[in-house]
Design a protein around this ligand. Structure first.
Ligand SMILES: NC(=O)C1=CN([C@@H]2O[C@H](COP(=O)(O)OP(=O)(O)OC[C@H]3O[C@@H](n4cnc5c(N)ncnc54)[C@H](OP(=O)(O)O)[C@@H]3O)[C@@H](O)[C@H]2O)C=CC1
Ligand SMILES: N[C@@H](CC=O)C(=O)O
Ligand code: NA
Length: 424
């Protein structure tokens, strides 16, 4: 049987998982593709850390060793970040090597440009692992929703933050302890800033929006809020109202436009997304014909992510056999029109502090009345002369919320500490 030679860039959490899977599952891959897979060379930064690597694999710190190797037909990029991953992928594609990557930062930022370069060189560029780790979501949207009109894609697409929120609420762990553990388990990015600030989830929503709606956008086109400023008080209060707070990405068609956001939102305890815990992710895709569908699985971790990388490697291998490399991974294209804030309506959870003195509550009620918004539920707790008011509103538009924030900002004694959407 012929062998397909692979060059891998990076041998961390995901790279090690890919190596393990290729070595353990070679029979099945050979059965499915008619080819043997062999990892010939691996690019690393610190070769001294990888001395135990077996199977005749050559370690290198020089990318040219892989680019100039005529036998290597597939380059698997698992370094992460924009540079030098982008330059390495470009070099590989220009040398007519197919590329598989798990790099959402890069694909969300330069995906269309790199896909064009791949196409121009008759190469594949596939990135199933870039969204929701082990959940096979991109190929599913591409293949199985090819005719249905998708109206919404929403879900939990960052494993690290979902792990942190779960441990904080179920084990009472501090934010710092939960983050440290997520790093130890290999869920977090090398620098976890993008995880906790919502940027990693935002990259994934950019890619999901490309597949679901055909639109090209960047993370600068929509609001992104992470969990780094979420207070334990708000998590507790949400619980008392019957909600859990999850970091959710939403991409939703409204009239002719698309509304996209990543933020902590209140999810009713009986909603499917409320039951997604730890590093698990879930993506809910709603189609006009099919209605709601839900895809669930591990969103981070070596082996689950490696499974998605291997699904791309086997697809590329099948294309090599059939000589059909060079098609776009996603070829749905539509113009992107952002939905305007007055079109987007949700109930809100508003967390407010004010001095515990007469007249304050009246002011708050007057502001709500002036902007034509109303309360659905409200609680007040007090400590040290400060009243903490938590409100769940009826649905209000983004413009009403904006006006509410402006009016509260002009009241020196009333502070709006948090405003989160509430899912229905
Ligand atoms: N971890 C996860 O659960 C998931 C990760 N991803 C994505 O997969 C990719 C890899 O992530 P992960 O495995 O966690 O990352 P790690 O930090 O665990 O591994 C990165 C690897 O890349 C190597 N590397 C880094 N910089 C360079 C460089 N300049 N030149 C050569 N080698 C370099 C490192 O080498 P050395 O070991 O020698 O230092 C290391 O082996 C990222 O894009 C990430 O976003 C996607 C889904 C899930
Ligand atoms: N850091 C990411 C890894 C997968 O994409 C996450 O926690 O989801
Ligand atoms: Na995936």
């Amino acid at each position: 049987m012929e062998t397909v030679q692979i060059g891998m860039l990076g041998l961390g959490t995901v790279g090690s998982g890919v190596l393990q899977m290729i070595q353990n599952n070679e029979d099945k891959v050979a059965n499915v593709t008619g080819r043997q897979l062999n990892v010939k060379k691996v690019l690393v930064k610190h070769p001294e850390r990888h001395q135990k690597v077996q199977g005749g694999i050559e370690l290198t710190t020089d990318i040219q060793e892989i680019i100039n190797d005529q036998e290597i037909q597939i380059v698997v990029e698992l370094i992460g970040g924009i540079h030098p991953a982008k330059e390495y992928i470009e070099m590989a594609l220009r040398s007519r090597k197919n590329v598989v990557t798990a790099n959402k930062d890069l694909i969300a930022t330069y995906g269309p440009e790199l896909s064009r370069l791949a196409h121009d060189n008759d190469c594949d560029l596939m990135y199933e692992a870039s969204v929701a780790g082990g959940i096979p979501i991109l190929r599913t949207i591409n293949n199985s929703f090819s005719a249905d009109k998708i109206t919404e894609v929403k879900g939990i697409v960052n494993g690290t933050t979902n792990y942190i929120l779960t441990q904080m609420s179920q084990q009472g762990w501090s934010y710092e302890k939960a983050l440290r553990e997520a790093q130890k388990l290999g869920f977090a990015e090398a620098d976890p800033t993008n995880d906790v600030t919502g940027k990693d989830a935002a990259f994934k929503m950019v890619i999901l929006s490309q597949f679901a709606f055909g639109i090209q956008l960047t993370i600068n086109d929509f609001n992104v809020t992470g969990i780094d400023r979420l207070s334990a008080f708000d998590v507790q209060q949400a619980g008392k109202f019957g909600y859990v707070i999850k970091l959710v990405g939403i991409s939703r068609v409204i009239n002719d436009g698309v509304f996209v956001e990543v933020a902590p939102v209140l999810v009713p305890v009986d909603h499917p997304l409320a039951t997604i815990n730890n590093e698990y992710n879930a993506v809910m895709v709603t189609g006009q014909a099919v209605g709601d569908t839900l895809f669930y699985g591990r969103g981070a971790g070596g082996l689950p992510t490696a499974n998605s990388v291997l699904s791309d490697i086997t697809s590329v291998t099948k294309n090599l056999v059939l000589k059909t490399n060079g098609n776009f991974f996603n070829n749905y294209q539509q113009r992107y029109i952002p939905a305007t804030t007055d079109q987007v309506a949700y109930p809100y959870f508003l967390s407010i502090t004010m001095p515990d003195i007469t007249g304050q509550m009246l002011k708050l009620t007057q502001i709500m009345t002036e902007i034509n918004a109303s309360f659905s539920q409200i609680t007040q707790t007090e400590a040290n002369g400060i009243a903490r008011i938590v409100i769940i509103t009826h649905a209000m538009s983004g413009s009403q919320l904006h006006e509410f924030k402006a009016q509260i900002a002009s009241e020196p004694t009333i502070n709006l500490d948090a405003a989160y959407k509430v899912l229905k």
